[in-house]
Write a protein that binds this ligand. Structure first.
Ligand code: MN
Length: 517
């Protein structure tokens, strides 16, 4: 049966985070890792341990949290990389080291400045060394899509002999086309004498919009692991989208005859969590997780669906978690129900004091808003985790005057390093006025790279969730704020971003040390 299982290797926390602007805090990475575990992915690539102390700590924290899935760290073929990966994975139940070296002529010549023989030697040494640190070692041929198949056969055979049990074929630059890419996998499986001792994996990028198509073609030719990210997050055009791969395999059983372990009803909640943490919105017409993916607007289609669902629907919205937006709690819900729902959502409630603080915020929200949805609870948890960051700036008071024919004016009172300060500013709109007022006190000089408002749930009493991305000399942070008043949410998000910039334990954006398959 194992032959017919495709392993899902999620790299949202490593490759996904390498998208410009998608940086996550340690706490956010742990929250996503928990969601990935509920989604039942097989392997979670938690980061690149050697890249920075922040990356190391994040891999370590994910390794401590996750019990069901394997936890993986990326490592170049260097001793110090492999040691860092093993160190960060020490407490993992099932650790995996993923080591890689480039195998295309262009990368070997210009980047590595190594001869092909030296590349094989380095790969073999690294796999041997890694196998002495952990049982489970994956080896990747970076830029395999543009590598010579003969050379791939030689280096992969050597890596398997050295102990690699997963062989990954990445299309690092998104250059491949489905037919030939599938044929490459078939050729490797056929020609490498010890191929049967390893699981073959693919890692596709979406530069030509073919990441999912290439991965599916590889599965048809025998690949049994796919590397992917939630919402297709990733550098440039992104990685293969987990939700599309999983649902294509499941919907077209007639063609694939393989299965994944994925709990598909967790797809939409996980997609929303990743989108809200990174500030990367999901386009409405995105397959599976876009808000319109299951909307049948046309009258003829609606009529057809009502008469017999399968006339126009190939999947059921509830199978991917679309009806998750249901009322769960209200004003009269008690502490026990509140705690139970948070736990079901995978939030770690921690101490009684933390629960009390969350419950108090919940009651405040329930006063303003009738029905509290799961999405509202997620936002509450996000807001609470914000206060784990040292609060240099705190909102005390906000008044915004907005009147036709007059420039909007914001009057703002902040606590800055514990001291109350007040300021007024005008702007081209109420948000602009509020942000100018904050900057008059903070003087951060940071560039506002993103400002976005989303309604967390439907209805005009919905909470607004605001994302603010600030860039201070290349250091990028994502601030979040939620409130039934979108101006208050905006100010909270801006202050959250400023507090993150002040937090020295937060690392530089991974773009500054980007490398990987
Ligand atoms: Mn990649």
């Amino acid at each position: 049966m194992a032959q017919d299982r495709v392993l899902v290797f999620d790299t949202t926390l490593r490759d996904g985070e390498q998208s410009p602007g998608a940086s996550m805090t340690l706490e956010e990475k742990v929250r996503i890792a928990r969601a990935l575990e509920r989604l039942r992915v097989d392997i979670i690539e938690a980061g690149f341990a050697i890249a920075s102390p922040g990356d190391f700590a994040a891999v370590q924290a994910v390794a401590e949290t996750v019990k069901e899935a394997k936890v993986c760290s990326l490592a170049r073929v260097r001793i110090e990389d492999l040691d860092a990966a093993a160190g960060a994975l020490k407490s993992a139940v099932s650790p995996r080291i993923h080591t890689f070296i480039a195998t295309s002529p262009i990368h070997m010549h210009y980047k590595l400045r190594m001869l092909p023989e030296q590349v094989i030697e380095q790969a073999v040494k690294a796999v041997h060394y890694a196998r002495n640190l952990v049982e489970d070692v994956e080896f990747s041929c970076e830029d395999a899509g543009r590598s010579d198949p003969d050379f791939l056969c030689r280096i992969i055979e050597a890596a398997i002999t050295a102990g690699a049990r997963t062989i990954n074929i990445p299309d690092t630059v998104g250059y491949s086309i489905p037919g030939p890419f599938g044929q490459l996998i078939a050729l490797l499986l056929e020609r490498i004498p010890n191929a049967h001792q390893a699981v073959f994996s693919v890692h596709c990028h979406n530069d030509l919009g073919l990441a999912v198509a290439n991965s599916l073609s590889a599965i048809q030719q025998g690949a049994r692991q796919v590397e992917c990210t939630i919402n297709g997050l990733g550098e440039r055009a992104g990685n293969a989208a987990l939700e599309e791969l999983v649902m294509a395999i499941r919907t077209r059983q007639d063609l694939f005859q393989v299965e994944t372990r994925i709990e598909t009803t967790e797809i939409v909640p996980t997609s929303r969590l990743v989108s809200s943490i990174t500030g990367f919105p999901v386009q409405p017409n995105k397959a599976i997780v876009g808000v319109n993916a299951f909307a049948h607007e046309s009258g003829i289609h609606q009529d057809g669906v009502m008469k017999h669902r399968e006339t126009y629907e190939i999947m059921r919205a509830q199978d991917v978690g679309w009806n998750a937006n249901k009322m769960v709690l209200g004003k009269h819900s008690g502490r026990a129900a509140f705690r139970a729902r948070l736990e079901q959502l995978g939030a770690s409630v921690g101490s009684d004091a933390q629960l009390n603080a969350l419950f108090e915020r919940f009651k405040e929200l329930a006063d303003k808003k009738h029905e509290i949805y799961d999405e509202d609870l997620q936002a509450l948890v996000s807001a609470e985790s914000v206060s784990a960051v040292p609060q240099v700036f705190e909102l005390e008071f906000l008044e915004v005057l907005s009147k036709t024919g007059q420039p909007p004016e914001a009057c703002l009172k902040l606590k800055v390093h514990g001291q109350s300060k007040q300021v007024q500013a005008i702007g081209s709109g109420p948000v602009d006025a509020s942000f100018r007022a904050i900057e008059a006190l903070a003087n951060s000089g940071a560039i506002l790279e993103l400002y976005s408002v989303n309604a967390i749930t439907s209805g005009t009493d919905s909470q607004g969730e605001v994302q603010v991305r600030l860039n201070e000399a290349g250091r990028i942070v994502n601030g979040q704020g939620a409130d039934t008043d979108i101006l208050v949410a905006s100010v909270k998000a801006y202050l959250d971003a400023l507090n993150l910039l002040h937090d020295v334990s937060e690392r530089a954006h991974p773009q500054l040390h980007r490398e990987g398959v």
